[in-house]
Structures are given as structure tokens and as C-alpha cells.
Design a protein around this ligand. Structure first.
Ligand SMILES: Cc1cc2nc3c(=O)[nH]c(=O)nc-3n(C[C@H](O)[C@H](O)[C@H](O)COP(=O)(O)O)c2cc1C
Length: 218
């Protein structure tokens, strides 16, 4: 039975969030293919995972029998997140752009689940794991735009997910989401609408195609 790990990290609730709308469309298409499958959901904004601290970080490199009760507790929480990732057949991540980069809540999750020698490294058991990222942003950072060089969401996630896990990363990018509310972007409203429609259509088709592929392999 296929398992999807679905993470959202927008600080906006569903009604006002571009990334949540698109991850929901992807998930719906996935669930239609896997009605008996499992979706594990985490809202990293509503219920943030803790920042990685020294106890949980060092626990990964020391014999569990030597862990203090505090270190064991911190590591247990980390291992719960790791297990969710290891059990996933595919991962879906809502990753809005905040100050040119990913939400700190998503970074905290990454720091928890990247465990060298277990999930991460050259022999990662997650090699080939399909990860779909919905990278919403208020402006546009597409090739040839003035802010192209300030794009640290897809560049970062592609780098970290590939280098650490050997994941197979795919992006859906709803852009110009602030056009409707920012008067200085009024001219961009038509482009924003097209981007939104394309992102929702991509989510539906990619969710369906990935579910079929993963289902066939499971
Ligand atoms: C704290 C914060 C920082 C933001 N920084 C950027 C930014 O650097 N570049 C940008 O294009 N949009 C920025 N935005 C706009 C969001 O990327 C945009 O609203 C996007 O739609 C957020 O995804 P969501 O709709 O799923 O919440 C920022 C929004 C917030 C709340």
C-alpha cells in the first residue's frame, strides 16, 4: 500500500495559501489513485517540529546505551520524524518563499530528518525517493527576471534533497501570488492567474502520474 508524506509550511491557513491549495490538489489526485493508501500529514506551521539541538544532534553519533534521559527523549522525537520519511513512497512539500528562502519550520524539519549514515549520505536508503515541492512565491524569480539570482528555495531544496538523500525532486511553482493584493503588481495579475491555473493543473496531472508509477512499483 503506497504512503505519501505530505508537509505544508505556509503560515497562512488554507483559504489564503497558494501552496496549500496546490498541495491539496496533488494529494487529492494521489488519493484517487490510492483510495486505500496512507497519507501522513504534518502542518509544520501549525505544529512546528523543534529546532535540532545539541542533544539530538550528538545522539546520532553516540551509542544509545550512553544517552542521558534528556538525550534519549530528544533523539526519540527525531527518530519519529525519520521513520515517517523512511516509510514514505513519495513526499509532497509545500514550500512558500519567505525572504528569498524556505520557511524556518521546513528547515527545522530537514535538520531533524537528515541523519548522516542513516537517511543521508552516499548510501542513503532514500535514493530515488520522489519528492514534489510546491514552491509558491509572491514575485517571480524565473530565468531572465531581475531577481533570478535571489531564488534560494528551489535551488536550495534541489541541492539538499539530492545531495543528502539522492531524492528525485520535482517542482511546481505558483508565482506572482501577491499580484492581486499589491497595487504595484496590478499589471501582473493576468500572468499570476495563468501561473495559478498551471500549478493546479500540474498538481493534478503530476499527482496522478506519480501515484500510478509508485503504485505499479509497490
Ligand atoms: C514573511 C514573508 C516573507 C516573504 N518573502 C517573500 C520573498 O522574499 N519573495 C517573494 O516573492 N515573496 C515573498 N513573500 C510572499 C509569499 O512568498 C507569497 O505570499 C506566497 O504565496 C506564500 O505562499 P502561501 O500562499 O502558500 O502562503 C513573503 C511572505 C511572507 C509572509
Amino acid at each position: 500500500m503506497a504512503t505519501l508524506l505530505h508537509l505544508d509550511s505556509s503560515l497562512s491557513p488554507a483559504a489564503g495559501s497558494a501552496s496549500r491549495a496546490v498541495t491539496a490538489a496533488f494529494r487529492k489526485a494521489w488519493e484517487e489513485q490510492h483510495p486505500d493508501g496512507t497519507v501522513v500529514y504534518r502542518d509544520l506551521s501549525a505544529e512546528p517540529v523543534p529546532h535540532l539541538d545539541g542533544l539530538a544532534a550528538s545522539a546520532a553519533f553516540t551509542d544509545p546505551s550512553t544517552h542521558s534521559p534528556e538525550q534519549a527523549a530528544a533523539f526519540a522525537e527525531r527518530l519519529e520524524l525519520v521513520a515517517e520519511l523512511e516509510q514514505a513512497d513519495a513526499v509532497l512539500i509545500g514550500a512558500p518563499m519567505y525572504n528569498f528562502s524556505i520557511p524556518s519550520t521546513l528547515k527545522a524539519w530537514l535538520d531533524q530528518v537528515i541523519v548522516m549514515g542513516r537517511t543521508a549520505g552516499p548510501d542513503s536508503p532514500l535514493k530515488g525517493l520522489p519528492v514534489t515541492v510546491v514552491a509558491s512565491r509572491g514575485g517571480s524569480y524565473a530565468a531572465g527576471t531581475p531577481r533570478e539570482g535571489l531564488e534560494f528555495v528551489t535551488n536550495y531544496l534541489e541541492g539538499v534533497l539530492t545531495a543528502m538523500f539522492g531524492a528525485e525532486v520535482d517542482f511546481i511553482v505558483p508565482e506572482l501570488t501577491l499580484a492581486a493584493s499589491n497595487p504595484s503588481m496590478a499589471d501582473l495579475i493576468p500572468l499570476a492567474e495563468v501561473s495559478k491555473e498551471n500549478a493546479l493543473a500540474d498538481a493534478e496531472s503530476k499527482g496522478k502520474a506519480l501515484a500510478a508509477r509508485v503504485g505499479a512499483a509497490a
